[in-house]
Design a protein around this ligand. Structure first.
Ligand SMILES: [Zn+2]
Ligand SMILES: [Zn+2]
Length: 276
């Protein structure tokens, strides 16, 4: 049985009536998200999406070639889609190469050059540590995380002060001392979506090889950060592909025990929708 699902990182944030839509990472979850948005694209004659990329490891970008809306365009039903991609400081060179690389022949039949030709608008933007910018009415703050590749977490704030924070692929240096940049990013968040891939035993190699330096987190570190940052709800995310449903449920239960009853802990599953 699969309760939590098996697609890789992709989270949609919608503000207001859907005019402001952010998609955090483009893992394989982007394919079912594309299926969900298809009717809206046809009705509105186009979608406008801002993609905020944590980084370009494959599990965060490989959904893009299978995002159906990418192929609906000016010539095909007069659909005018606008895609805006934001990522690391070398983004325009390195990440664009990554996007192209996973779509160019011989590994994919439609090239990035063709996507650029048929799409109404494509923008590429670089993100750097501490950078702030606006997406529609939403204010975005980027902070660098601890991962083997340049990786960013994002704090999204509505005009009336509601906050969603997305920080995945982050390894704590010390589970008892949360990293100040992460604490600042998550401070007082209504919803903190965070990497919690391992148990502490898996991380420390008690059940196999140690996972130090792999760039992921575990309940003890997540709980400490959640308490110190004063978040309201924690969504555990980026589950280990090798974890069973039971293992993920155990990680959630353990994290909930560690944070106490003032903070709600949810283990994300595919299609989960939350409103703040
Ligand atoms: Zn990664
Ligand atoms: Zn990842």
């Amino acid at each position: 049985m699969q309760t939590f699902g098996g697609n890789t990182s992709c989270v949609e944030v919608v503000y207001g009536d859907g005019e402001t839509r952010i998609v955090l990472d483009m893992g394989t979850g982007l394919r079912p998200l594309g299926n969900k948005l298809f009717g809206e694209m046809l009705k509105k004659k186009g979608l406008k999406i801002t993609f905020l990329l944590s980084h370009v490891h494959w599990d965060h970008i490989q959904g893009l070639p299978f995002f159906g809306e990418l192929y609906w365009n000016k010539e095909n039903g007069r659909i005018e889609n606008s895609w805006s991609f934001h990522g690391g400081t070398d983004w325009q060179r390195t990440a664009e190469e990554c996007l192209k690389g996973q779509m160019d022949p011989p590994v994919f039949p439609v090239s990035w050059r063709e996507i650029e030709r048929i799409t109404h608008e494509i923008q590429l933007h670089s993100v750097s540590d501490m950078m702030s910018f606006m997406v529609g009415e939403l204010s975005i703050q980027a902070r660098k995380l601890d991962h083997p590749q340049e990786t960013y977490g994002y704090r999204i704030t509505t005009p009336d002060g509601r906050v969603v924070v997305y920080s995945t692929d982050n390894e704590p240096r010390d589970p008892n001392v949360p990293a100040p940049p992460l604490l600042k990013l998550a401070e007082g968040a209504d919803l903190w979506i965070t990497d919690c891939q391992y148990t502490c035993d898996v991380y420390n190699g008690k059940t196999g090889v140690p996972h130090h330096g792999w760039g992921h987190s575990y309940p003890e570190a997540v709980a400490k950060t959640a308490i110190e940052a004063g978040v309201k709800t924690v969504v555990l995310f980026h589950h280990d592909p090798g974890s069973s449903d039971e293992a993920i449920a155990d990680i959630r239960r353990h994290t909930q025990d560690l944070v106490g009853s003032d903070i709600k802990v949810i283990a994300a599953w595919e299609g989960l929708e939350l409103t703040i």
